[in-house]
Design a binder for this molecule. Structure first.
Ligand SMILES: Cc1cc2nc3c(=O)[nH]c(=O)nc-3n(C[C@H](O)[C@H](O)[C@H](O)COP(=O)(O)OP(=O)(O)OC[C@H]3O[C@@H](n4cnc5c(N)ncnc54)[C@H](O)[C@@H]3O)c2cc1C
Length: 468
C-alpha cells in the first residue's frame, strides 16, 4: 500500500476536500500534514486574532481526524523544504494538496515544492478546489469566460467526506504548536470566534433558514447587517467550508422559497461570485497584491501624514461613524460591507492616504482578511482599479449616519463618549456643541482637494486605454 501525504493549507475541513478524497479513493496510507510558515506568520499583514482563529480550525480538524482514526501532523519551517523532507521521512510516494493562489509567495512556493518532490521522484498532485481558471491572460477573468466557468464548476458534485481513515504511525512526530506563544506571536485582544467545520455549517444553516431573508436590504445598515449576513468570511478564508458547499446549499434553498427571499439568496450568491472573481483577477495579476492595477496612481503624491493614519487606525478621526467602525473592526475583526467601504474612502479620499496602508490595517485586523478581496476592494474604493469608471465614489461620513446608523445605536456602542447624544447630532458633533474629538479634516474640502489630484490621472488612464 502506498503512502500519500495530504497537505492541508487553507482547506481545514474533511468534506469536499478533493485532495483527501482522491487519496482515500486510492486506498492509500494517508498522512495529514499542516506546515506553519515563518513567511506567513511574520508577514506584516498577519494579525494574532486571525491566527488564533486558524489555530481553532486546526484543533477542530485534529479532533475530526482523530474520530476517523487518523492524526494531524504539524510542522514549522520553510514549506519548500519541510514538505519534501517530510514526504521522504514518512516514506510517501506522493503529496496531494488543493490549489490556492492567495499570494504570489504561495504560487512560487508551490512551484518549489513540486520541483523538490520531482527531484526525489515523489509525485506532486494539486487539485483545483476553487472555481477558478488557471492563470492566463485577461481573457480568463473576463466575465464572459469566468461566469459560465464559475457556475459550471460550483455545480459539480462535492468530494465525499471520508468515513474512516488509516492510522498514522505513532512514531511520526507532531510538533507541539498549539498557541500563539508557541508560534512566537503576541496575544490578541480581539474577540475569539468559534472555529471549525461544524461551526461553518451551523452558520450556513442559520443563514439559509432565517438570517438571509432581508440580506440585501440590511447590507447598508450597520446593526441589521450584523444580524443578517452569513459571517462565513473567516470560514471561507481558512476553508472550513468550501464555496461549492455554500453555493449548493443556497441553490437548493432557492427552489423552496418565495420570490422575495429568492432575490436575497441570489444577491448572496452574487457576493460569492465577486469573491471568486477577485481571486481570479489576483491569480492572473499577482502584482496587484501590492501595486495599483492602474500603475499611474502609484506615482501620486499621496499624503504621508502618519498622525492622520494613526487617528484613522485607532478610530480617533472626530467623525463618529468612521471612529465607531474602526473601533468595531479593531475589537471584533469584522465590519459590514458598507462600513468597510466608508472607512476605505475616508482613508484614501478624505485623508489622501495610499490604499496600501489602509489595506494593511484591514488585513491585520479582519478575521476574514483575504488578499484578493481586500486588496481589490481597497483599490476599487480608492478608484485606482477601474479604467472605465471616470468618477470616484466618496461616502459622506456625516450624512451617511442617517442611512447607515439611523438610530445611532452602532455609534453609541463603539464610541461610548457619545452616549446619550441624539442620533441627529452624531454625524458632526462639533456642529452641535457636543464634546468630542475635533474632525481631523473637513470632509467637503478634503474631498475636493483629493479629487483635484486624482481625477486628472483617471482621465489620462481612460484616454490611454481609448487610444490603445
Ligand atoms: C475595503 C473592503 C475590504 C474588504 N475586505 C474583505 C476581506 O478581506 N475578506 C472578505 O471576505 N471580504 C472583504 N470585503 C467584502 C465584504 O465586506 C465582506 O466579505 C463581508 O462584509 C463579510 O461578511 P460575511 O462573511 O457575513 O459576508 P456575507 O455578506 O454573508 O457574504 C458571504 C461571503 O461572500 C463574500 N463576499 C461578500 N461580500 C463581498 C464583496 N463585496 N466582495 C467580495 N466578496 C464578498 C465573502 O467571502 C463573504 O464571506 C471587503 C470589503 C471592503 C469594502
Amino acid at each position: 500500500m502506498r503512502t500519500i501525504v495530504v497537505w492541508f493549507r487553507r482547506d481545514l475541513r474533511l468534506s469536499d476536500h478533493p485532495a483527501l478524497a482522491a487519496a482515500v479513493a486510492e486506498g492509500a496510507r494517508i498522512v495529514p500534514l499542516f506546515v506553519f510558515s515563518p513567511y506567513l506568520l511574520t508577514h506584516p499583514e498577519t494579525g494574532s486574532g486571525r491566527v488564533q482563529f486558524m489555530l481553532g480550525c486546526l484543533e477542530s480538524l485534529r479532533n475530526n481526524l482523530r474520530v476517523l482514526g487518523s492524526r494531524l501532523i504539524c510542522r514549522w519551517g520553510e514549506q519548500a523544504e519541510v514538505v519534501p523532507d517530510f514526504a521522504r521521512e514518512v516514506g510517501a510516494t506522493a503529496v496531494y494538496w488543493n490549489a490556492d493562489s492567495e499570494r504570489a509567495w504561495r504560487t512560487a512556493t508551490d512551484c518549489q515544492v513540486v520541483s523538490a518532490l520531482q527531484e526525489r521522484s515523489i509525485e506532486a498532485r494539486c487539485f483545483e478546489v476553487e472555481a477558478l481558471l488557471p492563470a492566463g491572460g485577461p481573457e480568463s477573468y473576463a466575465l464572459k469566460h469566468f461566469t459560465p466557468h464559475w457556475y459550471g464548476a460550483l455545480s459539480l458534485p462535492t468530494a465525499p467526506r471520508p468515513t474512516e481513515l488509516p492510522a498514522v504511525d505513532e512514531r511520526i512526530e507532531d510538533a507541539p504548536l498549539r498557541t500563539l506563544a508557541d508560534l512566537g506571536l503576541p496575544p490578541s485582544d480581539q474577540q475569539v470566534l468559534v472555529a471549525g467545520e461544524r461551526e461553518a455549517h451551523r452558520l450556513l444553516s442559520a443563514f439559509v433558514a432565517t438570517k438571509a431573508r432581508h440580506y440585501l436590504k440590511s447590507l447598508s445598515v450597520a446593526v441589521a447587517a450584523t444580524e443578517s449576513t452569513s459571517r462565513l468570511g473567516p470560514h471561507l478564508k481558512f476553508g472550513t467550508i468550501s464555496v461549492r458547499q455554500v453555493y449548493q446549499r443556497v441553490q437548493s434553498r432557492i427552489g423552496q422559497v418565495d420570490s422575495y427571499q429568492k432575490r436575497n439568496l441570489e444577491g448572496f450568491i452574487s457576493r460569492l461570485f465577486w469573491r471568486d472573481h477577485f481571486g481570479q483577477k489576483l491569480r492572473n495579476l499577482p502584482r496587484c497584491e501590492s501595486e495599483s492595477y492602474l500603475q499611474a496612481f502609484d506615482e501620486v503624491n499621496w499624503s504621508t501624514r502618519t498622525d492622520h493614519y494613526q487617528a484613522w487606525c485607532n478610530g480617533q478621526t472626530g467623525y463618529p461613524l468612521v471612529d465607531a467602525s474602526m473601533r468595531c473592526l479593531n475589537r471584533t475583526g469584522w465590519l459590514p460591507f458598507r462600513l468597510r467601504a466608508l472607512c476605505a474612502t475616508f482613508h484614501c479620499i478624505d485623508l489622501l492616504l495610499p490604499w496600501q496602508g489602509g489595506a494593511l490595517h484591514f488585513m491585520q485586523k479582519l478575521m476574514d482578511a483575504d488578499v484578493a478581496i481586500d486588496h481589490w476592494q481597497w483599490q476599487s474604493h480608492a478608484g485606482v482599479s477601474n479604467r472605465g469608471r471616470q468618477w470616484f465614489r466618496v461616502y459622506n461620513p456625516i450624512a451617511g449616519v442617517e442611512k447607515i446608523d439611523p438610530k445611532g445605536e452602532f455609534i453609541r456602542q463603539w464610541v461610548p463618549e457619545l452616549e446619550g447624544v441624539s442620533a441627529a447630532h452624531l454625524g458632526a458633533p462639533w456642529r452641535h456643541e457636543v464634546e468630542y474629538l475635533p474632525p481631523i479634516v473637513e470632509h467637503e474640502e478634503a474631498r475636493r482637494r483629493a479629487l483635484a489630484v486624482l481625477e486628472p490621472i483617471k482621465r489620462r488612464c481612460s484616454q490611454a486605454s481609448d487610444a490603445s
